[in-house]
Design a binder for this molecule. Structure first.
Ligand code: SF4
Length: 376
């Protein structure tokens, strides 16, 4: 029988595990410290434990780690995509975003912490939500990640970078609110074990309104981001089918509720598409929104994902030009909207969410296929 993997268990769960082994409860807290604060990759590194206890642990449990398959660093801005293999062979990606990369131009200088090193983590293998601009969506949903697999992205990225991760954003492959329990358990471990403050953790949703309310009710201190992209219901449903289930009115009600409960400003993510969501009407709607809900807007450049499904056009939308983007932002700022331009980080390293995992998987699959000559 497969030994249980302890990575992903909270301090309370590790204490329960130790008591079941006939050990004192405090052993669980020590195990927690060894696994997350000291990042011991195996039981034999836990040198404060007796040899007998280490042997017991070894025979009854395991500590599983993700395997780093590939790291691609952008020559331009240092953004690094990490491709990980899970224990069942599936692959996910995380993105290390250095300071001055998260935001562009004068926004970079204005960001308070230039020492930040942000990690964007995945929460699912694939995603069921089918947003038409997203590479991950082309995979469908393969499975949810476990708390351990989410936490280990941070542990492995820190080891790779050789310095602490200061901020974590749940904005990689998958919809975090469709894996809510595992995501929140990983947040608990990241804050208490890896010592990253809750206010430096952001969970980004495509708009699963009921879970926004639930997160507000639970009084969590982490931040919320919402992928908005347009304030026109029909257009949003076309871009993000989730909007048919939770239309803008319901979504924005939930966001307002979240603000009332937490007094935390929400971030709205807004990919700017040429001629589609960058009109005067769009601008007026954003201004109105930011006056009714204290929030900030992140304008994001669009990475074309035509590669993701060759022959099948998922969206005909085009990225807005840099000039258009600057102008849009200037006009929003003239209206006193808090707005940043997120840098088009790592265009040379398959920057769109899911793009590296899909491209590498495609190469792996085609390499495994017998060639035409071989079949004959
Ligand atoms: S954008 Fe996010 S929610 Fe939408 S399909 Fe991609 S991973 Fe899923």
């Amino acid at each position: 029988m497969k030994k249980p993997n302890l990575k992903g268990l909270t301090a309370a769960e590790l204490s329960e595990f130790c008591v079941a082994l006939g050990e004192k409860e405090y052993r669980g807290r020590q195990l927690f410290t060894w696994m997350y604060e000291k990042e011991a990759p195996s039981f034999d590194r836990m040198t404060t434990f007796s040899a007998k206890f280490r042997e017991d642990l070894e025979s009854r449990a395991s500590i599983e780690s993700l395997t780093l398959v590939e790291a691609r660093r952008s020559a331009g801005d240092g953004t690094t995509k990490l491709l990980f293999e899970l224990s069942d062979g599936k692959r996910i990606e995380s993105v290390l975003i250095p300071p001055k990369t998260a935001f562009k131009g004068k926004d970079a200088g204005e960001e308070e912490e230039q020492k930040r090193l942000t990690l964007c983590v995945s929460t699912q293998v694939g995603c069921p939500l089918d947003c038409s601009f997203c590479a991950t969506a082309t995979m469908g949903l393969l499975r949810n990640l476990t708390p351990g697999e989410i936490v280990d992205q941070v542990i492995q990225a820190r080891a790779y970078a050789g310095k602490p991760i200061t901020n974590v954003v749940y904005m990689g492959m998958g919809e975090p609110f469709l894996n809510y329990e595992n995501v929140m358990k990983s947040v608990e471990i990241i804050t208490t074990g890896l010592k990253i403050a809750a206010k430096r953790i952001t969970v980004s949703t495509a708009g699963w309104a009921p879970m926004i309310r639930q997160m507000a009710d639970e009084g969590r201190k982490i931040k919320l981001a919402v992928s908005l992209h347009t304030l026109d219901d029909n257009a949003r449903t076309e871009l993000m089918p989730i909007n048919a289930r939770f239309p803008l009115e319901e979504l924005l009600d939930a966001v307002e509720y979240y603000y009332r409960k937490t007094k935390e400003r929400v971030t709205f993510e807004y990919i700017l598409f040429d001629g589609w969501n960058d009109t005067d009407d769009d601008l007026r709607r954003i201004v109105k929104l930011s006056r009714s809900i204290p929030s900030k807007i992140n304008i994001i450049p669009f990475h074309d994902i035509a590669f993701a499904n060759p022959g099948v056009k998922r969206t005909s939308l085009k990225p807005a030009s840099a000039e258009r983007m600057e102008e849009f932002v200037r006009r929003l700022r003239d209206e006193h909207v808090t707005v940043f331009i997120r840098s088009s980080a790592g265009e040379d390293i398959d920057a769109a969410c899911g793009q590296l995992a899909i491209n590498v998987e495609r190469k792996r699959t085609s390499a495994k296929k017998p060639t035409h000559t071989a079949r004959r």
